[in-house]
Design a protein around this ligand. Structure first.
Ligand SMILES: Nc1ncnc2c1ncn2[C@@H]1O[C@H](COP(=O)(O)OP(=O)(O)OP(=O)(O)O)[C@@H](O)[C@H]1O
Length: 315
């Protein structure tokens, strides 16, 4: 028979443990942490968002869903997921990154596990590249140590200094661990306008031939875009160091947006603002944008980018 004091002590310890466990659960509930309560992939959510909210991007939509779904279904990926999103301005590259984040993190883009860098904003001074390099590496390491399911979005990748690109290369590779940290469950998304011209050229050829835009396939774009990115002075290094070395898993082209897509963007923006979608106003806003090439006026120069501010003016 145990002495009564031991029984009381065991009982108190059990109560304390239960209290701490429930306190921790409450904490997990209210404070974002690196756990499935806060990070879990909603496949049907992403599929529905891509279908309903992303306009005119049948190729990107398909690749993104396949890539993210495949990666998130694999409990033991051999490398982090690296997506490279290319295309003309305002065609939805940032928007898609947001949709991915929203279907992965409960807090979406506000999650403390989603990190965005913009080359010209975060790394503006060429003289400080060595400092940026160290900071960036420490930062990636720190964040992935904190949560292996971290997401890093690099905007304006084509303007990023070669030295900085070099400094992130190891994290994208097949290493099991680097200095004790595994980067295999992280997601890296690179955004750039590189290759945009070639994508437009192909889209325009289809349009001129009277072919349906949805007939454009990845293989119609891949080689051409690849070559144009490669031959571009600014983005050439990005290409040779990441794409050619197979560190990028998916190359995702974004097509230039046409008038009808701009109209869809305006209607979606009205809905988002709680306004009744008004086709007439949508047409007025869409007509107010500039389209190119000059003679045919097929694609919106700014994609859907200025819709938000234009709508303020018309409503
Ligand atoms: N294909 C699209 N479908 C739906 N909305 C879009 C699309 N493209 C752009 N938009 C709208 O326009 C806004 C601006 O687009 P976004 O920032 O994604 O463009 P981007 O391709 O990243 O441009 P940039 O290369 O200039 O950074 C988005 O927030 C979204 O509301």
């Amino acid at each position: 028979i145990e002495p009564i004091s031991t029984t009381i002590a065991v009982g108190m310890a059990a109560t304390l443990t239960a209290f701490l466990a429930s306190y921790q659960n409450i904490l997990y509930y209210f404070h974002e942490c690196c756990r499935p309560e806060w990070i879990s992939f909603n496949r049907t959510g992403l599929e529905a968002d891509l279908q309903r909210k992303l306009f005119g991007q049948h190729i990107a939509s398909r690749i993104i869903l396949k890539a993210v779904n495949g990666f998130m279904s694999n409990d033991n990926p051999k490398k982090p997921l690296v997506l490279s999103l290319h295309g003309w301005t305002g065609t939805g590259k940032n928007f898609v990154s947001k949709l991915i984040a929203e279907n992965l993190y409960k807090e979406g883009m506000d999650s403390s596990f989603v990190h965005v860098f913009t080359s010209t904003l975060h790394f503006p001074h060429p003289s400080q590249y060595d400092t940026y390099k160290t900071q960036l590496q420490q930062w990636i390491k720190g964040n992935v140590t904190n949560c292996e399911r971290s997401m890093f979005i690099f905007d304006e990748m084509d303007k990023m200094h070669p030295g900085l690109i070099d400094s992130i290369k190891p994290y994208l590779d097949y290493y099991e661990k680097l200095d004790g940290v595994s980067y295999r469950k992280a997601i890296f998304i690179f955004l750039s306008n590189a290759g945009g011209d070639s994508i437009i050229k192909t889209a325009l050829e289809f349009w001129k031939a009277g072919r349906n835009r949805e007939e454009i396939e990845l293989r119609d774009l891949e080689t051409l875009v690849s070559l144009s990115v490669f031959n571009n002075n600014e983005s050439g290094f990005y290409h040779t160091s990441l794409i050619d070395r197979h560190l990028v898993d998916f190359f995702v082209p974004f097509l230039p947006l046409e008038y009808r897509h701009v109209v869809q963007c305006v209607l979606a923006e009205m809905e988002a603002r709680g306004l009744k979608p008004d086709q007439e106003v949508a047409d007025i806003v869409a007509k107010d944008l500039v389209y190119f090439p000059k003679s045919e006026r097929v694609f919106s120069v700014k994609g859907c980018k200025t819709i938000e501010s234009k709508l303020d003016y018309y409503t």
